[in-house]
Design a protein around this ligand. Structure first.
Ligand SMILES: *Cc1c(COP(=O)(O)O)cnc(C)c1O
Length: 225
């Protein structure tokens, strides 16, 4: 099946209020164009180099989503054109994004990544960390950042109950954060959760953005770009 056909099929089954982000990492610009022509404008990448290259090659009205771990020294390369950074996993990174965005007079949309999976290796804040690290002053000082919501990844497991509980915990973190900062975060509306294997569960648990790669583009071929 062509990527565009898979995209249409998935897009027709998800609710209107959920944004489908086509995760195009390790896939060619021509595969992206195929999905673009089916109407998709939101694409996700997890590597800075690949994101820069594809941004240069592809139409300007694409909304690029950075979904992978981002090193502070690479922030400056992607802020000029990235629509939404999903993977803010440290205060240091938040401050760096704010600095680079202020240099070019941009308000950069960001999500706070929360750690919800059992795996030790996943990046992101715990709720306790977020409660101690974030405060009114910090958020108000980051004038060039719009914190639009939260992002998280569930454990790599077949156990639906574990996945569902992890998504539910992200929803709770979202609500807790929103309640605390409601008056200073007017755009805090998004919950980015759900991938190819678990997006149905994520949507049931309140996801507003699903990040789908292999179900649209097929298996990632690490030699085709
Ligand atoms: C690769 C990736 C996805 C998409 O994964 P699929 O299983 O291919 O749908 C979603 N989110 C993040 C953060 C990713 O790195």
């Amino acid at each position: 099946m062509l990527p565009s056909e898979s995209y249409r099929q998935i897009n027709s089954t998800i609710p209107q209020h959920v944004t489908l982000i086509a995760v195009s990492k390790n896939h060619s610009s021509s595969a992206i164009k195929d999905v673009y022509h089916a109407g998709c404008r939101d694409f996700g990448e997890n590597k800075v180099q690949e994101l820069i290259q594809k941004n240069a090659e592809l139409p300007e009205d694409i909304k690029w989503h950075m979904i992978g771990h981002l090193q502070t020294n690479k922030v400056k390369y992607i802020v000029p054109f990235t629509y939404l950074i999903h993977s803010v996993d440290s205060i240091k990174l938040l401050l760096e994004i704010n600095k680079e965005a202020s240099k070019i007079g941009k308000i950069q949309n960001c999500l706070i990544q929360f750690h919800i999976a059992k795996e030790e290796t996943k990046y992101g804040f715990s709720l306790d960390e977020a409660n101690t690290l974030f405060n009114m002053e910090l958020i108000q000082n980051c004038k060039n950042i719009s914190i639009c919501g939260v992002m998280g990844m569930a454990s790599f497991t077949d156990d639906e109950l574990i996945i569902r509980n992890e998504f539910r915990s992200l929803k709770h973190m979202y609500e807790s954060f929103k309640k605390q900062y409601n008056n200073i975060l007017p755009h805090f509306n998004q919950i980015s959760m759900g991938m190819s294997s678990d997006f149905h569960i994520a949507i049931e648990e309140g996801s507003t953005m699903v990040r789908i790669g292999s179900t649209i583009f097929g298996q990632r071929n690490y030699s085709n770009i």
